[in-house]
Design a binder for this molecule. Sequence first.
Ligand SMILES: NC(=O)c1ccc[n+]([C@@H]2O[C@H](COP(=O)([O-])OP(=O)(O)OC[C@H]3O[C@@H](n4cnc5c(N)ncnc54)[C@H](O)[C@@H]3O)[C@@H](O)[C@H]2O)c1
Length: 409
Amino acid sequence: MSDQVIRKAKRRTILELELELELEQLVGSTMTTKDYDCSIESTCLLKKELEDAVLRIGELEEKLYNLEIRNPRKCSEVPSLNYLKKKRILVTGGAGFVGSHLVDALMLQGHEVIVVDNFFTGQRKNVEQWIGHKNFELIRHDIVHPLFVEVDQIYHLACPASPPHYMHNPVKTVKTNILGTINMLGLARRVNATFLLASTSEVYGDPDEHPQSETYWGHVNPIGPRACYDEGKRAAETLTYAYANREKVNVRVARIFNTYGPRMHMNDGRVVSNFTVQALQDQDLTVYGSGNQTRSFLYVSDLISGLIALMESCYTAPINIGNPTEYTLNDFAVIIKQLIGGKSQIVHVEEAEDDPQRRKPDITRANQYLKWEPSVSLHEGLQKTIEYFKEEVNLFNLQISKSASCTSL
Ligand SMILES: NC(=O)c1ccc[n+]([C@@H]2O[C@H](COP(=O)([O-])OP(=O)(O)OC[C@H]3O[C@@H](n4cnc5c(N)ncnc54)[C@H](O)[C@@H]3O)[C@@H](O)[C@H]2O)c1
């Protein structure tokens, strides 16, 4: 066979193969009965998937709607201040219980507010009502590291305040109080801002003077479980006055007594949250020790008006901010039981170590220099706090039941 004949034969085979391929494609495009059944089946599947997707979208839309109600995009109206009156204010620990109420008050006065928080015990939701407002800024930052911002006033609140939280990491609590306070005082010096330290009645320790006035030096165990907080705050006060005397920083020191109100932590281990949450869950109210130890309770809005009055005053020595009405823990447990009702009993458990026996502020200074005194009654404050805790307990139970149903799946 000549080469030409072989080439022609090959060419014909290629053409035939190409033709076969084309034919196969053509046949493939027409449907057999089997193909038709498969197609109906997949259409049904797609339809089902589509229906499921529509249902899911409905659920998500509902969730979004509920979230939007809880988190309104529109912030509250704030007055517009002129540049002489409008201040730039830094609130360290501004996402915590007290800090967030202070932020609300300062924002509603029309100031620019910067919150700095590492969210150790603070929550974003405490200040979410201001996120997006032109006067508001939220910075996630740990104050043991330096911070540079231009401000006119610093409210220095960053520090866990409840025993389980500050005892969780005592070294960190001391660092926050010492390094954090040095950083904030350094900032105040650089930008010439007025500095207010949120100190505490714990600087008096387990006091042997009653009521406690600012001249009392305190009775603190320097190596006990509470020392990281008590001594940390005492050192923060020392630093504050060292910067005031040596560096001419304009300072204020508020010695805050036991404060309560909405946005407290459910599990902060303090008496108001403990008793309220226990009573709302029909659990026994646990009183540590005899229950004859006393506490005084300040509603958070009273504390905020005291802090702002102090910042705006010229008073530089330490000043007690607290409610002088004193209750034994036994009496307080009865009040909570009466307000909430339910089947809880009052039970006594072993006394906590270094638990102060008596707490009552002498507020003569605050009265004299700030014209300040508490105005919210215990009954009124507790009603608002109980309403808040009811929602928290419901949310908590909902989360527990959800996670239980997830694990049982
Ligand atoms: N609540 C009271 O009864 C009470 C009483 C006395 C003093 N104080 C003082 O008031 C201040 C606020 O107390 P609170 O009850 O709102 O407590 P809180 O725990 O609710 O708030 C403290 C805030 O500081 C933040 N924080 C902690 N360490 C930080 C760090 N290293 N860097 C940045 N942020 C940090 C936390 O995340 C939280 O938002 C504290 O300084 C506390 O010592 C409170």
